[in-house]
Design a protein around this ligand. Structure first.
Ligand code: SF4
Length: 543
């Protein structure tokens, strides 16, 4: 197991490190300056963007007073702050840790990464992956493509092209053909969630549930590392026609103004925290300045706490990012970081603990979520431990999701009945403070569908479900029942119980779409990529 540390390691990463001594000297200067700057803050009562810099200095004074989360191990002689270094298809073979893998395993990474996105970084490699347990290590599986993530015939198709050194164009064409069979945009995202403003179709936004608008800043459509399960994978593979992104913050402001029912704006991606703070502020500050009476919460979906906690610690504009958070909370809005943590390992390093403390100090809440995934976190003990650690660090467990019907679903999926068992066992072994979590929940076409459990009604064994959110808000919290099915992995695998033809929402959904609603809301067998690609069955190990 790698030692959890804040310091950059040296293994194979010398080229990524910033040389020179750490800025102990600079910190001393900052401390001297801070007292004077705080005095000036008395004039900055409305917390406008112009005051951000001054707020930063105030934060630094707080650190010296012990009222601000410690930055971390700043001993004299400490070598520079960690410098981010990405590993992708182009350079991953430079990682000396991969010498533990066979040639065949390294080739498999190369094959799968032609189709699915692949990126890791020096922090993940050094501090999160247990290389003694590779290839089974969950953090390795989370970051490095595995052979079985492609269906066997897809794998063979790409492998054959690589073996005969086919032209880049040919490989890319094959990869795109395969991608199109992986349901790149599930749950009607392209067809039904894109809002309009007058004549304009706002392709960088989604508005599915009444209160919440999703905004995809065009500069935030990448991440510090990519998760192999990611349901947003089309954002990263150059298929621009499937990409959500938008620069027009003004349109976002106008849209929220025109929709008084919207109370929450979720900045998502990718990972918006990949952006420099100045960029992030360009999206967020106009929303604050518009003083929209209906806007109550800004959410930021991010995995930076896990994949690059230095974003909140030592990156050049880390303090400015925290200042921006403080500006949001000081404006009277709630700021929620929707943090992705998939495994308790991600919460154990000193860096993530310090980053969480610094974010919380700004008044932001951190709510946590993850899918339940085979090969990564499919055990109640793992989830219970993750939730316990989160609560201890001051985070709020929020969602356990079901792996979505896209990408490598066949590799990660856990049957719904089993997912509920894991959830129940984990839930029942943690204290009440961790029981804020909901799930297992499917972000399906009609809405967010929670598996409530298995029960027997009138002699029929059924799966009880309810919607937490619905395309029609009135669908939420209504229980409904499906025939018991131990193999079902998604809503579309389920059949209504008690001899019913349809689930209660299907006719209305069909009317909403004006066509073929049954196809989307529960009438066809899904079973992962098999239904979409149907010609060849998966090996038994993947079923
Ligand atoms: S961090 Fe989020 S958006 Fe980025 S790859 Fe992982 S799941 Fe996808």
């Amino acid at each position: 197991m790698p030692r959890a540390s804040l310091r950059p390691g040296t293994g194979g990463l010398a080229s990524c490190e910033k040389g020179g001594t750490y800025m102990a000297e600079q910190r001393r200067r900052e401390r001297q300056d801070a007292a004077g700057d705080v005095a000036e803050l008395e004039n900055c009562i409305d917390l406008r963007p112009a005051e951000v810099k001054k707020l930063r200095e105030m934060h630094r004074l707080r650190e010296t007073d012990g009222g601000y989360a410690p930055l971390f191990g700043l001993e004299e002689g400490f070598k520079g702050p960690p410098t981010y270094c990405a590993y992708t298809l182009n350079n991953f073979r430079e990682l000396r840790q991969l010498e533990r893998l066979s040639q065949e395993q390294r080739f498999a990474i190369e094959v799968v990464a032609q189709v699915l996105p692949f990126k890791t970084n020096n922090y993940v490699v050094e501090h999160l992956i247990d290389w003694d347990d590779v290839p089974n290590d969950p953090m390795f599986v989370l970051n490095f493509p595995q052979r079985e993530m492609l269906l066997p015939h897809h794998f063979e198709e790409v492998a054959a092209l690589l073996r005969r050194r086919a032209k880049r164009r040919e490989i890319e064409a094959a990869a795109n053909r395969i991608r199109l069979k992986l349901n790149p945009h599930p749950a009607g995202q392209l067809d039904h969630n894109v809002p309009t403003l007058g004549e304009a179709r706002l392709t960088g936004m989604q508005h599915k549930y009444r209160e919440t608008v999703l905004f995809f800043p065009s500069n935030g459509q990448t991440c510090h590392a990519y998760c192999t399960f990611c349901f947003r994978w089309p954002q990263f593979v150059g298929m621009d026609e499937f990409k959500f992104a938008m620069q027009e913050t003004e349109l976002l402001v106008e849209y929220v103004r025109a929709h008084p029912e919207v109370s929450d704006v979720l900045f998502t991606g990718g990972d918006p925290m990949i952006m420099g703070t100045a960029n992030l502020a360009r999206y967020i500050v106009p929303l604050l300045e518009a003083r929209l009476p209906n806007l109550r919460t800004i959410r930021i979906g991010t995995k930076a706490l896990s994949y690059w906690p230095y974003r909140f610690l030592t990156d050049e504009d880390a303090d400015e990012a925290l200042d921006l958070f403080r500006q949001i909370t000081a404006s009277g809005l709630h700021l929620a970081l929707m943090a992705h943590f998939n495994h308790p390992r991600e919460l154990r390093t000193d860096a993530v603990k310090a980053a969480i403390a610094r974010v919380r100090e700004t008044g932001a809440e951190i709510r946590t979520q993850s899918p339940l995934m085979r090969n990564i976190n499919d055990s109640a003990e793992v989830w219970a431990e993750m939730w316990r650690q989160q609560v201890q660090l001051g985070c709020i467990p929020y969602y356990m999701f079901v792996v979505r019907d896209t990408g490598a679903q066949h590799y990660f999926s856990v049957p719904l009945v089993r997912a509920w068992e894991v959830f129940r066992d984990a839930h029942n072994s943690v204290s009440g403070l961790a029981r804020t979590v909901r799930g297992p929940s499917m972000s399906a076409d009609p809405g967010k569908v929670e598996v409530l459990g298995v029960t027997e009604i009138g002699g029929e064994k059924v799966i009880a479900l309810r919607m937490l959110q619905g395309r029609n808000p009135d669908w939420a919290m209504r229980p409904f029942f499906a025939k018991y099915d131990e193999q079902a992995i998604w809503l579309s695998d389920l059949r209504p119980a008690f001899g019913q033809e349809r689930f209660f929402f299907e006719s209305e959904l069909e009317r909403m779409y004006g066509q073929d609603g049954a196809r989307r809301c529960g009438r066809g067998r899904n079973r992962g990529n098999r239904a979409r690609d149907g010609d060849k069955p998966l090996p038994a190990t993947l079923v």
